[in-house]
Write a protein that binds this ligand. Structure first.
Ligand code: G3P
Length: 223
């Protein structure tokens, strides 16, 4: 499963990218607004830094507008993926953009049937919003499982991009349900590394190491 970072904050993207586990970036209009920078500048910075798929959201609500924005986004960089909301006009646009070889990420997906329609339109990615479903009493992981079954039953190649991730359990559920990609904020990526037993174990090893006589081997490697 690939990991994407879900933000337009270049400092956070740079930090996560330096860890070697980030494959791409997803942004949305909220992230761009929160960055406090002009849209074009934010995009230039992200595309310069990351060599992987980068989703940029269209903001028109009619197909001709989405298609025009999508072509502009795609022309900006070879790694660009056009994010389009699930709706009739959006999927009309996805059909045209995908026929032109432009990659798309159909977003704001809350039902397996929406994911089926996105795949029929030729979407590259479908983004089910897991935490937003969990928050209203649904089981977000069930949506991934259902989409996985539909795509496997009918041989759709659209990738499942689990989005709106707010805890480690949702990442584990995404892995077990067969998501192709999981996108999350920096603090969530960081949380994936953590376990209290790791911290406690490391602490005791480092304490015990103080009782070992100095090592020439490690002295030479010290940085
Ligand atoms: O990629 C989805 C994300 O941009 C929005 O999800 O629920 O974390 O705001 P959320």
């Amino acid at each position: 499963m690939q990991l994407f970072i879900d933000t337009a904050d270049i400092v956070q993207i740079r930090e996560a990218y330096s860890w070697g586990i980030v494959d791409g970036v997803t942004t949305n209009p909220t992230h761009i607004a929160n960055s406090g920078k002009p849209f074009d500048d934010v995009l230039a910075e992200i595309f310069e830094l990351v060599d992987g798929p980068i989703s940029v959201e269209s903001v028109s609500t009619n197909a001709p507008g989405i298609i025009a924005e999508g072509r502009r986004i795609a022309a900006f960089h070879k790694n660009a993926v056009v994010k389009v909301p699930v709706m009739i006009e959006g999927l009309k646009a996805v059909k045209v953009l995908s026929s032109e070889g432009i990659k798309t990420n159909v977003t704001l997906c809350f039902s397996p049937v929406q994911a089926f329609l996105a795949a029929k339109a030729g979407a590259t990615y479908i983004s089910p919003f897991i935490h937003r479903l969990d928050m209203v009493g649904h089981e977000g992981a069930d949506l991934i499982r259902q989409i996985r079954a539909i795509y496997d039953n009918y041989g759709f190649e659209t990738k499942i991009l689990a989005a709106s991730i707010r805890n480690v359990k949702q990442v584990l559920d995404s892995l077990l349900a067969g998501a192709d990609v999981c996108t999350m904020p920096l603090e969530m990526l960081e949380a994936l590394y953590r376990h209290p037993l790791t911290d406690a174990g490391l602490q005791s090893f480092l304490t015990d190491w103080k009782r070992v006589p100095p090592s020439r081997l490690f002295e030479a490697a010290a940085v």
